[in-house]
Ligand binder design. Structure first.
Ligand code: 5GP
Ligand code: ZN
Length: 113
């Protein structure tokens, strides 16, 4: 629900976050519990619960594109980074507002846990 959704509240400025990029449809801010030296979340301003609700594939593309822009700005584009969209329970999604993780600044492991 957008009223109580954590990331909707961050989008509205009701909960503080360290915003590193934004445009008219998305914001990118630092994860409060970073899993890598660079860990940024890209979220659409409009509430979508998960990737399953993202019927606008062009929007998903633009969210990822903002993530790549953040990676360039953060200086991890050349060394490499990981873009992740956890979806629902088995995907490890804990906040039910669509978000793209951008992780970098260290080597990532594969396969993921
Ligand atoms: P998920 O597990 O849903 O894929 O990712 C949710 C992410 O949101 C987690 O990495 C978690 O650390 C982050 N997170 C949870 N609460 C907050 C918060 O209040 N502020 C920020 N900036 N990140 C949060
Ligand atoms: Zn929301």
């Amino acid at each position: 629900m957008p009223e109580t959704c954590l990331f909707c509240r961050i989008v509205r400025g009701e909960i503080p976050a360290t915003v590193v990029a934004s445009n008219d449809e998305a914001i990118a801010f630092r994860d409060i519990d970073p899993k890598a030296p660079v860990h940024v979340l890209v979220v659409p301003r409009s509430h979508l619960s998960s990737l399953n609700d993202a019927t606008d594939s062009a929007l998903v593309g633009r969210l990822v594109a903002l993530g790549t822009e953040v990676a360039r700005r953060e200086g991890i584009a050349d060394s490499g980074y990981r873009v992740v969209i956890n979806t629902n329970a088995h995907g490890g999604q804990t906040v039910n507002h669509l978000h793209v993780h951008v992780l970098g600044g260290r080597s990532m492991h594969w396969p993921p846990g």
